[in-house]
Design a protein around this ligand. Structure first.
Ligand SMILES: Nc1ncnc2c1ncn2[C@@H]1O[C@H](COP(=O)(O)OP(=O)(O)OP(=O)(O)O)[C@@H](O)[C@H]1O
Ligand SMILES: [Mg+2]
Length: 368
């Protein structure tokens, strides 16, 4: 198949011959949209060089039966709309631990439809070519990265799959002597930046992220208040409003239902314990990664620790990580301003600043 670019180059030659002079690059820019995509377990974020800024929950819903089809149409539905109409739908969260699960055909199909949906939103009814960079968890297996690349190449002319924390570092232009800790729903990705694209040994992924906290909080509340009805999504909502580590600023009381009736319950201790439960793994990984820097760079790297991802909103987490690393000297931990968007911002920045001809040096790519 002739790509739009080749077609345009041929047309340009004709135009030049006829004395028309629009530059090839300008012509390409009009027919191409560059995107940065952060494909997360919890939500998918897309930014484009034409100003699109999309955030949707990473969920796809298929009508359950003929009756549901009458109510919601053939589907599939995506994101918030799928969650809202969940009673009519079979929901699929295709990105387990931030990557497409290898075994299930259903997840693969849903991931493909999700990517198609966001690319269609960016296309907005036009026939522009969409190119861009997709972030995946730092240590996603090569198999999973290839699967994601396969999903993306069906919808995009050129694509590149790179590690998520690298995109965060790129967005902040903190590419040297820095450690990024991205606390997502499915994974915590920790990555050392040493001036260029991080090598596999500079990155670790652990699975104690937001979903892990939700499960533990649900169990902890059920244990303390046996008659109370609590689900994982209730636990998640409580966490998103009240998550903290360290000494509580004030007690946390929430309304829950016990035998159908609402009542107030104190969950301060439970929230603190489950939020603090992700800290030891993070510290262990940082302590291991720090020794991989040259000794003369370690001091700077410790003053340059960045927290990103939705989990970075846990109050007091930055302070606790810095305190627990005290014996290493001065440690500074900062939270990014916009944890939901920063990965996609970095991916778009990378896509715009590095010409596609060089993408293959950065990660797994298709096109060129
Ligand atoms: N205020 C908050 N306090 C604590 N956790 C929060 C808060 N807001 C959001 N989260 C949690 O952050 C997680 C989502 O973060 P993020 O959007 O970075 O994940 P993701 O990129 O979809 O996941 P992953 O990177 O693992 O694929 C969810 O578990 C969510 O509940
Ligand atoms: Mg993420």
């Amino acid at each position: 198949m002739i790509s739009k670019g080749e077609e345009m180059r041929a047309l340009e030659e004709e135009d030049v011959a006829e004395g028309k002079t629009e530059r090839f690059e300008d012509e390409v820019a009009r027919h191409q949209v560059m995107v940065g995509i952060d494909l997360g377990t919890c939500r998918t974020v897309v930014m484009s060089d034409k100003g699109d800024k999309l955030l949707i929950r990473s969920v796809v819903g298929y009508p359950k039966d003929i009756i549901s089809r009458q109510m919601v149409g053939e589907g599939p539905l995506f994101g918030a709309e799928a969650l809202e109409k969940r009673n009519f739908l079979d929901l699929c969260f295709p990105l387990a631990e931030g990557v497409v699960r290898e075994a299930s055909e259903r997840d693969y199909r849903a991931a493909r439809e999700l990517v198609r949906h966001v690319v269609d939103l960016v296309r907005n009814g036009t026939d522009v070519e969409v190119c861009g960079i997709i972030g995946v968890p730092a240590r996603a297996s090569v198999m999973n990265k290839e699967l994601l690349l396969k999903v993306a190449r069906e919808m995009m002319t050129k694509t590149l799959v790179v590690s998520e924390p690298f995109m965060v570092a790129y967005a902040l232009t903190r590419l040297n002597k820095c450690i990024v800790i991205d606390i997502g729903a499915g994974t915590v990705d920790i990555c050392c930046m040493k001036g260029s694209v991080p090598a596999p040994e500079d990155q670790v992924t652990t699975f104690k992220g937001g979903d892990y906290i939700d499960e533990r909080l649900e169990a902890a509340i059920a244990r303390r208040y046996p008659g109370v009805q609590v689900t994982k999504s209730v636990a998640c909502a409580i966490k998103e409003e009240h998550a903290f580590v360290g000494e509580p600023e004030q007690p946390v009381e929430v309304t829950l239902r016990a035998e159908g009736k609402p009542a107030r319950f104190d969950v301060t201790r439970e929230i603190r314990t489950v939020c603090e439960s992700i800290v030891p793994d993070i510290l262990e990984q940082v302590e291991t990664l720090i020794t991989s820097f040259d000794p003369e760079d370690q001091e700077d790297a410790l003053k340059n620790i960045i927290l990103a991802g939705g989990g970075s909103r846990i109050r007091g987490l930055d302070r606790m990580i810095a305190d627990r690393l005290q014996e290493y000297g001065e440690v500074q931990v900062t939270c990014v301003d916009n944890p939901e968007y920063v990965g996609a911002i970095g991916a778009l920045k990378l896509a715009k600043e590095v010409p596609p001809a060089h993408w293959a040096q950065i990660g797994l790519m298709f096109g060129g």
